[in-house]
Design a binder for this molecule. Structure first.
Ligand code: C5P
Length: 447
């Protein structure tokens, strides 16, 4: 997977599993096949749009195009039409067009609008709400996500007027991709102004479409999530802990909130900021975590829709409470610790008919026989799904930003490709939303 930094400061992640196989992905799910409206502005970078169209089509998307008057001076509508396999739209006042498919329908019949290359002039007209040709009229009537990929001379890009207009477009909700630094085709000048690479733009488009697909998917749902390690005190200054960073649980909380859910995140000690829109309860020990989860579930009234138990809860705590720091004493051997078992939060909640969420998702972090142990855990913990991952040191999963998981359900095992933890979360949230709407949730062996 490749991370691309883009002009707006956001990071776009390309998803290699979306690349080949004509839009088909694992288990036959079709994550592609979107309707993209490409608005081509007039600049030397226009020629790159031909490749962009090809790449998007290869990936199963359909592409409609609007060309501005000046774009037609650089490439012909005929070439674009041959690649899109669609007519090219150019005129605002075309009697036939307005009757068949005018500027309003061009937006309504698309999933996303992409402006590439966006010239300084086109950006200025968009930022000021002009609607004096088909491109700008369609953009003004647009109700879909908008991606703008600028390309122009570096001096034009850095001019305060252009920067003001770009800031205005961002404030109006557009996502700006690029431009990149490099040599300009027409003048040989170097600087920031080149259209981003085609595959960077493809990745940005698909990333935006993925976000749109998950928006609202969990609207009105309640999700309770545990994350991070727990710290079990030995004495007031020492504790037993593990290497969990909490990143995966926090990413799931963020993705669930972005999908519209009401989210309570109960976290052990981690150095991560509260995700926006999530109610975060910070705890230290396993016993505190169980109490906080119970409180969160009671506070909701009805059992929540989803419980995601991603925390790496310490299996044992020290027996008893030590009030003072244990001192080293000359001539005495090291103290031995007596450990007692912690409550199993996942199993306790999954077994409780009053508190059990409709969908219970556990995690299994293993260093060997990952799937086998996860399958056993699915039954022994009374869960609906187990997200299994290999946390051996060589995988870098613990504390890292990437994860390779197996999703173990009552129906079987799915191997997911390696992804960023944020992508695992987005995919998992989509699966959760689909399971809730299909009613594939369980009140397993409760009570
Ligand atoms: O038994 P094991 O720790 O491997 O189980 C992992 C799963 O159980 C995770 O979902 C974890 O959050 C949950 N768990 C728990 N309370 C414990 C131990 C594990 O909720 N005390």
């Amino acid at each position: 997977m490749v991370h691309h930094y883009i002009g707006s400061g956001r990071i776009v992640v390309s998803r290699p599993w979306l690349i080949p196989a004509q839009g088909r992905t694992r288990k036959g799910r079709n994550l592609t096949g979107n309707r993209i409206l490409l608005t081509i502005g007039g600049g030397i970078a226009c020629y790159k749009c031909l490749d962009l169209v090809r790449r998007l089509k290869e990936r199963g998307h359909s592409v409609r195009t609007i060309m501005t008057q000046s774009a037609q001076a650089f490439i012909t509508p005929l070439a674009v039409s041959a690649l899109t396999n669609e007519r090219v739209f150019t005129e605002l006042f075309d009697v036939d067009d307005e009757r068949e498919i005018g500027h309003i329908k061009l937006s309504r019949q698309s999933d996303i609008i992409v402006v590439a290359p966006a010239t300084a002039n086109l950006i200025a007209r968009m930022a000021n709400g002009l609607a004096d040709d088909l491109a700008t009229a369609t953009l003004l009537a647009n109700d879909k996500p908008l991606l703008v990929a600028p390309a122009m001379n570096p001096k034009m890009w850095s001019h305060p007027a252009t920067q003001r207009n770009v800031a205005q477009l961002q404030a109006d909700g557009a996502q700006i991709i690029g431009p990149e630094a490099g040599e300009m085709a027409e003048s040989g000048e170097a600087g920031v102004g080149r259209l981003v690479e085609t595959m960077t733009l493809v990745a940005a488009i698909e990333e935006r479409l993925a976000v749109t697909a998950s928006e609202g998917a969990l609207l009105g749902k309640h999700v309770v999530i545990t994350a991070g390690p727990t710290h079990e005190p030995i004495d007031p200054v020492r504790y037993i802990a593990n290497r969990s960073s909490g990143k995966q649980g926090f990413a799931i909380a963020r993705a669930a909130a972005e999908a519209g859910a009401r989210v309570t995140l109960v976290s052990g000690p981690v150095g991560l900021p509260d995700p926006v829109g999530v109610d975060v309860q910070r705890v230290e020990t396993a016993e505190e975590m169980l109490a906080a989860v119970r409180d969160a579930l009671h506070a909701l009234g009805d059992p929540p829709d989803v419980g995601v138990f991603a925390a790496a809860v310490a299996d044992w705590r020290t027996d008893g409470h030590v009030e003072q720091k244990i001192k080293k004493t000359k001539g005495h051997s090291a103290p031995s610790l007596k450990l007692v078992e912690n409550p199993d939060i996942l199993k306790t909640i999954a077994d409780d008919p009053k508190l059990r969420p409709s969908l219970v998702v556990g995690f299994a972090a293993e260093t060997e026989n990952v799937v086998g142990f996860a399958q056993r855990k699915l039954i022994s913990k009374n869960a609906d799904w187990i997200v299994a991952n290999d946390v051996s040191a060589r995988t870098g999963v613990m504390g890292g930003d990437r994860n390779t998981i197996h999703l173990v359900t009552r129906d079987g095992v799915e191997a997911w490709p390696q992804m960023a933890k944020s992508d695992v979360s987005t995919e998992l949230v989509k699966r959760i939303a689909a399971a809730l709407s299909d009613g594939q949730t369980g009140q397993r062996d409760v009570g």
